[in-house]
Design a protein around this ligand. Structure first.
Ligand code: NIG
Ligand code: FE
Length: 406
């Protein structure tokens, strides 16, 4: 006997095969928070009422996997609306960063904030994502830049997952920017980040380690040292790579078998091939591309040719992408990067799961995976990417249970 059975569903399973892995006239069942049966309704082994304790008739509505936002900086203090104004007066993102603003502004506000304040700030942002069907979110630290504040951010990220029905994947981003107390000594700060690694690993608060490999961030060699320390402490890696210039971040990420390399506007074709060989996911962040008014396109064609899985995320953060709508990112991925709606949806389901190392448990509608799903009032899955500022979510289900946010 299953717990729940959804019938008269159109399933976008997002498995390989037909567009969207679609099954028209489908049915899907859950037991103990996992999918127990997925297929055409005619294949059900009996009458629905005999098969499950609860039967839900979806009257032909579409069902997708629960959405996955695989790159966010959701926990931070303050905001950077003032820098938005400065950029509109002509300053560039890089100029603001070099003048000591940018990430450092948020670091100051994050250090000053209590854990309760950080939590209260992040909750409405997370709720906004969940209201559009997101069931898994990655959250990075990186606005503390000392052990105490980095762990504070990670604790808040973890506790969000206890407060709301959502899976949180946490990432230690100590190498995000140079803190003021290390001005002029970026190698010294990288030493400090490497020295934090055993305690970060020991705390169990970080699932993955990330770094910002960029002219205004850290060099190839410095990033490599962070990755080596992560490896020595048994933590997988991912990387902010090639966003504003090509420092061969994609290649470095691939060399370390990174789960993902993210941004990637300046990645070369050889970088894309290295990622394909390593199984590293390309995470594209159209919100940051849009908000910083970038013009250099990520090498989507090279990713397609090399067979690199491409994910899409909000990059939700106060400086380069103050976005809390993953559906809007689907639209932007299509309009700005020329992805297809199917590629975009794969980017927030199957490929988003892989970017977090969760491909065996989430990201598709398949037996054995966690019962995370969304029910949509749409005529076709392409509508999820087509609309702008409209939310057609009817219900989302997390580990088999209907989402209730309170
Ligand atoms: O992903 N690139 C670095 N980190 C963030 C921006 C952080 C910020 O500006 O606060 C990003 O775009
Ligand atoms: Fe980011």
């Amino acid at each position: 006997m299953w717990d729940r059975l959804w019938i008269n569903a159109r399933l976008a399973t997002m498995t390989a095969g037909s567009p969207y892995g679609a099954i028209e006239d489908g049915a899907i069942a859950s037991l103990d928070g996992k999918f127990a049966w997925v297929g055409p309704q005619t294949g059900l082994p009996g009458a629905p009422a005999d098969l499950a304790r609860e039967v839900i008739d979806l009257a032909g509505r579409w069902v997708t996997p629960g959405l996955i936002d695989c790159h966010t900086h959701l926990v931070y203090g303050g905001n950077r609306a003032r820098e938005f104004e400065l950029r509109l007066e002509g300053a560039s993102y890089e100029e603001i960063a070099r003048a000591g603003g940018g990430i450092r502004n948020t670091v100051k506000a994050t250090r000053e904030a209590s854990e309760a304040e950080l939590l209260a700030g992040a909750l409405p942002r997370l709720k906004s994502l969940l209201a559009e069907g997101v069931t898994t979110v990655e959250i990075k630290s990186g606005y503390g830049l000392n052990l105490e504040t980095e762990l504070k951010q990670l604790r808040v990220a973890r506790s969000l997952g206890a407060d709301l029905p959502v899976t949180i994947s946490t990432t230690f981003l100590g190498a995000h920017a140079l803190p003021p107390e290390f001005e002029g000594d970026s190698d010294g700060y990288i030493d400090a980040v490497c020295a934090m690694m055993p305690e970060v690993a020991e705390s169990g608060l970080a699932d993955v380690v990330d770094a910002f490999c960029e002219n205004i961030g850290f060099s190839y060699e410095q990033t490599k040292r962070v990755f080596q320390a992560a490896r020595d402490n048994g933590l997988p890696v991912k990387l902010h790579a090639d966003q504003l210039s090509d420092l061969e971040g994609a290649k470095l990420a691939a060399d370390f078998g990174a789960l993902s390399a993210d941004h990637l506007e300046y990645t070369s074709d050889s970088g894309a091939r290295a990622m394909a060989a390593a199984g590293t996911v390309a995470v594209l962040l159209p919100g940051a591309f849009y908000f910083l008014r970038e013009t250099k396109q990520p090498p989507l064609e090279a990713f397609r040719e090399a067979g690199v899985p491409v994910a899409i995320a909000t990059d939700s953060n106060p400086g380069s992408s103050p976005a809390t709508s993953l559906l809007l990112m689907l639209n932007m991925a299509c309009t700005l990067f020329r992805m297809t709606p199917e590629e975009a949806l794969l980017g927030v389901t199957r490929h988003g799961a892989k970017a977090l190392g969760l491909q065996n448990s989430r990201g598709t509608l398949e037996v054995g995976k966690a019962a995370d799903l969304c029910v949509w009032e749409i005529e076709s899955p392409a509508e999820l990417a087509y609309r702008i500022g409209f939310n057609p979510l009817v219900t989302s289900v997390k580990d088999g249970r209907d989402l209730e946010m309170g």
